[in-house]
Design a protein around this ligand. Structure first.
Ligand code: ZN
Length: 307
């Protein structure tokens, strides 16, 4: 009896590190039928399985719509397990809100389940261009946890806007302009006034201006989504928030970068001088501030130099 108990305890203890070291895809219902997962705000790691981003799903009477399929086949499978704990409805659609790895590398799993995958045409171009590179990058961190993942492009594209009506729920997929990536789109639920903003909104952590980003388009996209007057926003990264917070952590920051760089370019300052005279410290409470502020500033300067 005692021996069995000790063996059981030992087994449980041995299993702990492996259990603790994988992503826990815990979804919260933020409005009736609307579920969101908020990922870690650090970088991609073996432990978080590349899920340092937010994803969601919407349950309707006639099926489920997944918003972003996650970073890998295995993550998508775990998402599906989480969905099954909520509903027996099948996953009918997957929407990819952008072209970055954790928005779409789980597509292969959901395609096997018979789901139709939708993304903006520019997101599909972006996936085509960067998919192999994304997989290779994630393989370094995720090791065997990337196994099973293959580049799986969406089945359907759209131009500016596409409306899905499923089981009495309306989902509007809207592309304004690019932003963090060229094909960034939002998913708007007019009935609950919830917005899945994808990577057009970052809160709690500093946004990343990456080589495929465009800050002018990003600000213009933000102005578009603002007009929807969402009650709740599931940002691409950071906790579920309201519009005021999204504006503070994303729009105001982009506006600061752009207004500073405009003045610097008008004065004829070179890149180094433009960087030296920029004070971003009012955003220093955002996570990853130190590691991202330099790249964000220089990419904005280089972008605006050619505008
Ligand atoms: Zn992202």
């Amino acid at each position: 009896m005692l021996k069995t108990l000790i063996t059981k305890l030992l087994c449980a203890l041995l299993a702990l590190p492996t259990l603790a070291a994988a992503v826990d895809l815990h979804f919260t219902e933020i409005a009736p039928g609307v579920h969101a997962f908020v990922g870690e705000m650090s970088g991609r790691t073996y432990e978080n399985e590349g899920m340092n981003a937010n994803v969601g799903f919407v349950v309707t009477k006639e099926g489920v719509v997944v918003i972003d399929s996650g970073s890998s086949y295995q993550v998508a499978k775990k998402m599906h397990e989480a969905i099954r704990r909520v509903t027996k409805q099948p996953v009918k659609y997957v929407i990819n809100t952008g072209g970055q790895d954790h928005r779409w590398l789980g597509n292969g799993y959901f395609k096997e389940q018979g789901a139709t995958i939708i993304a903006h045409k520019k997101a599909i171009d972006d996936m085509t261009a960067r998919g192999v590179e994304h997989l290779a990058g994630l393989k370094r961190d995720l090791k065997e946890r990337i196994d099973g993942t293959v580049v799986t492009l969406p089945d359907q594209s759209f131009d500016q806007e596409k409306t899905l009506k499923l089981g009495g729920t309306e989902l509007r997929i809207i592309h304004y302009f690019g932003g963090h990536t060229p094909g960034d789109s939002v998913v708007w639920l007019p009935q609950s006034r919830v917005l899945f903003s994808g990577d057009l909104v970052y809160v709690d952590r500093m946004l990343g201006v990456i080589p495929v980003s465009n800050t002018k388009d990003w600000l213009a996209s933000f102005e578009g989504l603002e007009k929807l007057a969402p009650k709740k926003i599931v940002p691409g990264h950071g906790k579920v928030c309201d519009l005021a917070k999204a504006k503070r952590d994303t729009k105001d920051y982009l506006a600061l970068l752009r207004s500073h760089m405009k003045t610097a370019l008008d004065k004829g300052l070179d890149l180094q001088r433009a960087l030296d005279t920029l004070d971003q410290s009012r955003f220093k409470s955002l996570l990853n501030y130190e590691s991202l502020k330099g790249g964000n500033a220089s990419r904005t300067y280089l972008e605006m130099e050619t505008e």
